[in-house]
Every structure is written in C-alpha cells, then in structure tokens.
Ligand binder design. Structure first.
Ligand code: SAH
Ligand code: SF4
Ligand code: F3S
Length: 471
C-alpha cells in the first residue's frame, strides 16, 4: 500500500495569511518598516523553504536585511546533513547573543532539518535562551501563527513534533533575482541510506500535483525566469504516491514543452530510479539541460550494500553508459562519501577507479559524518579521522585533475550560455552557465544578465571556463 499523501487544506494557508495581515498591522503601526533576516544552511530544498519564509515575512510587512544588528526578526533555517553544518549553525546562533543585547525585542527563530532532531531541539531549549521560536520543516506552513504566539505571549515556542509531513500549496513565495528559480516538486525521502539523516527530518516522500507544478513553472517563465530547477531529494520517485500514473519523465516533458525561452534542470536523482525513459526525455526535449547529478557515493559494492543504496557498481556504470548514449554531451556530476564505517583501502581504491572510469565533470566529496539515530552510526568504524582525511585529499586531487581536463576540452568551442550575474571582479565581470551547468566567466555588458548568448571559450581551470561573447 503506497503512502497516502497528506495535504494541508488551502483554507489553513489562507488563515496563516490572515495572521500575516494582523502582524502587518502590529509591526508597522509606528509607520516604520521592520526588517527581517533569513539565514539559510544546507541544500536547495532549504533555499526553497527560505523563499516561503520570506514570502510570509513580506506579507507581514517586513523588509529584508543581511545585517543581524538591523533585524527585528532573525530566522535561521538549518541543515543536519553533516556535523560541520550543525556546528556552524550553533556557532552562529550563539553569536546572536550580541545582536539581541544590542536590540532588545529582537525575535530569533531557528527552523529546518537540524531542529527536527529531538536532541537538537532540546539543546536549543536548554542552552540557547536567546532563541524564541523553534520549528521543524513540517511546521513551516504555519510559521505566521507560531511567530504571532511569540509576539503576543512573549513566551518561547517549540514546534518540532514527529511527523511524516504533508504537501501545502499556496504559501506565498519570495524569490531573489529574476533569472534562476528553484521549484520544489516533492518533499521528503523514503530511501533511508544508512548514513543519512534526511528521511528522519524531512518525512516521507510526497509529490505535488503535476498541474500545480506546471502552473508554477508557467508563471515563472512569464515572469522572465530563464533557468528552472525542479527540486526533490529523489526526483526519480516523483509521482509514486499520486493517483495519476504520472512519473518524473512525464513531468519534465510537461515543463520542458511550455512556451518560452528557458532551460529546465533537476536535482537530485537517485541512480536506482534513473530510467531509460528519463534519459530519452532529456535527449528529446530541447529545453531540458543535459545535466544529471547522479550521486554514486562509493565505487565499492560492499560499501554500496552497507549504505543501502540498492545498486552496485556495474549497475551504476550501465546507467551512465545508457545516459551518455542518449546524450553524448551529457554533463555528469556526483556526490561521494569518503570513510563510511569500515571502508577499507580496497574499497576506497574502487571509488578512485570508478571516478577514473566515469570521468565526472564535477564531484562533491564529503568525509562521512556520524548522524544520531541512523544505522551507520552503530557500525564498527576502525579507521581514524587522519586515514579518512588522507583518502579525501587523494580523491579531491583526482576530482580536480579530471575537472581541469574536462574543462580544457571546452577551449576553442562555441557554447550557448545563460548570463546569470556579475562576478564583482575584473576583467571577467559576468558569470554565466552552460546548459550543462558549467560556470563560464565572461567580459561584457551587465545588460546581458538574464539573456542567453553564444560565447567562445578562451581558457579554463579546474573550477571554471573563461570566454568571450560572440559578436
Ligand atoms: N537526496 C540526495 C542527497 C542529499 S544529501 C541524494 O540522495 O542524491 C547530499 C549529499 O550529502 C549526499 O549525496 C551524500 O553524499 C552526503 N551525505 C549525506 N549524509 C552524509 C553523512 N552522514 N556524512 C557525509 N556525507 C553525507
Ligand atoms: Fe539521504 Fe539517501 Fe534520501 Fe539522498 S536518497 S536524502 S542520501 S536517504
Ligand atoms: Fe540539510 Fe535538510 Fe537539505 S539536512 S541537506 S537542509 S534536506
């Protein structure tokens, strides 16, 4: 029996918006515009959530600032994926002691994945008295109501009950910039990779309805957005919980066939669910970027099994071959974990050889970080941090070499790129992305931002390409 997705009644969101209007009256009564700061950690999903927090805050009358000393409300949207992310959050929340002292009445909220873990919510309750409001990802849709409680009763509010999560439509969104947009198509994860905290904090997989997604995409294109990224922890399982037989490839095609000049891409794909139909759809749809982020995590069958990834090395390599058959120009990127419990030198050598074989365009590499409550946390782990660091350094060196070599292959070629912003540096003052998501620095007129242009690549390094706009 598939999981039945729970939805939030649209009336409930309207009630939240009515609360925004009440807060608006309250916080703008003195004729001043109050300011809010939203500080985001973690993945694009969290960035997308922060756009909703800003949407609500804008309806409450808040303007935005990056300066915590100017902010009347600070929301820290946290990540729990690795210890490092959590330490940064705690350090930065701790530092807000100063701002709260300088600005009595400042409201500090901490939300997101980190606080959905019981021990972290407890820690904030006990050791961070400056924090007024704590809420998990499942409570985001009722942020206005929670904030109002803090404002009215001057009491700390904690809303982090265990939950599988729901789908809420109609939350106001405030996106920054006007070129690239995140578009969440589903939430949660059912995969339970043994190292990963995400399924515990983000709940079960649940898909938005295709008509809601396509309508949002259409609106973005009409507003002038040129680069749309469909987001989910595993977009390839999109639709499995819906009554209609739509799958991710169908959704991608529906978005890619919308009228307008734009590219559509997606993040992230679990290799076990990447299908031939998906590759074919990507190849056929002109507006679909030829880029797949396909996290392999390890090249060792033994480790992949212990990670509960549901594919082996051979199956992964087969998928890559198939995808490249459909798209010879495919840009392929990946994530790799080094030092999973019990990973031996031989296992690690398998990862290195897989990377040599595939030749990823870019690799995001992480040292394994123990997460409370995950199965891997209780697996024996005889290797030291220093052993893991050495492996990590070797992998980074290999990743950089391959990226550099792949980038060099672009030199002299003409590519179509989307100019997405200014670098703030001369002489290459503009940044742009290829269809496959490679970064290209350009010299040119900032009026080009938001436009697709043809460029010739003149030089490159490990991290980026450099080019000239064609006349
Ligand atoms: N849903 C995505 C990944 C989200 S987390 C997917 O499965 O593709 C992003 C990356 O963080 C993962 O791909 C993994 O490489 C890394 N990661 C997750 N948990 C980790 C942990 N406990 N320690 C180190 N890296 C981890
Ligand atoms: Fe984590 Fe695995 Fe889910 Fe990705 S697929 S979010 S790595 S459990
Ligand atoms: Fe972090 Fe949560 Fe994303 S744990 S990586 S912010 S889903």
């Amino acid at each position: 029996m598939p999981y039945q997705r729970k939805t939030i009644d649209p009336e409930e969101i309207k009630k939240q918006q009515a609360i925004c209007a009440e807060i608006f009256e309250r916080v703008t009564a003195d004729g001043q515009r109050p300011l809010a700061m939203v500080d985001t950690y973690g993945c694009q999903q969290n960035e997308a959530d922060s756009e909703k927090l800003r949407g609500y805050l804008a309806e409450m009358g808040y303007g935005f600032t990056q300066d915590e000393f100017q902010a009347d409300v600070i929301v820290v949207n946290t990540c729990a994926v690795r210890e490092h992310a959590e330490m940064r959050v705690l350090g930065n929340v701790g530092a807000l002691n100063h701002t709260k002292k300088a600005r009595p009445g400042q409201i500090i909220a901490v939300c997101g994945c980190m606080v959905q873990q019981e021990h972290m919510a407890e820690k904030l309750k006990r050791s961070y008295p400056i924090v007024d409001l704590v809420f998990g990802p499942h409570e985001l849709w009722r942020f206005p109501e929670l904030l109002k409680r803090v404002m009215l009763f001057k009491k700390r509010v904690f809303a982090t009950a265990k939950d599988d999560g729901a789908v809420a439509e109609g939350i106001p969104l405030r996106r920054d910039g006007g070129v690239k947009a995140w578009l969440s198509i589903m939430y949660g994860c059912n995969n339970f990779c043994t190292y990963c905290i995400v399924p515990y904090v983000r709940g079960r997989e649940r898909s938005r309805l295709p008509e809601d997604i396509v309508a949002e995409a259409r609106g973005l294109i009409e507003e002038g957005y040129k680069d749309i990224t469909l987001l989910g922890q595993n977009v390839n399982s999109y639709g499995k919980d819906l009554a209609s037989p739509v799958d991710f490839a169908d959704l991608l095609r529906a978005v890619a066939e919308l009228p307008g000049d734009f590219v559509v891409r997606f993040m992230t794909s679990h290799p076990k669910d990447a299908t031939e139909k998906l590759f074919q759809t990507m190849a056929e749809c002109e507006k679909c970027a030829h880029h797949i982020h396909l996290p392999v995590q390890s090249g060792s069958d033994r480790i992949l099994k212990a990670m509960n990834r549901h594919y082996d090395r051979a199956a992964y390599l087969e998928k890559v071959k198939l995808a490249r058959r459909y798209m010879p120009d495919l840009v392929l990127t990946t994530d790799i974990i080094v030092g999973f419990p019990g990973e031996t030198e031989e296992d690690f050598a398998d990862t290195l050889s897989l990377c040599e074989e595939v030749r990823f365009d870019a690799m995001f590499t992480f040292i394994y970080s123990k997460r409370v409550g995950t199965p891997a946390a209780s697996m024996p782990d005889p290797y030291t941090r220093a052993d893991k660091q050495k492996r990590f350094d070797r992998l980074t060196e290999l990743a950089n070499r391959i990226s550099g070599e792949k980038h060099a292959e672009y030199e002299g070629k003409t590519l179509r790129v989307l100019v997405d912003g200014e670098t703030g540096k001369e002489p290459y003052n503009l940044s742009s992305r290829t269809n496959g998501g490679r970064l290209v620095h350009l010299k040119g007129d900032p009026a080009l931002i938001g436009q697709f242009v043809d460029v010739t690549v003149t030089s490159s390094n490990t991290w980026a390409l450099y080019g000239e706009v064609n006349a």
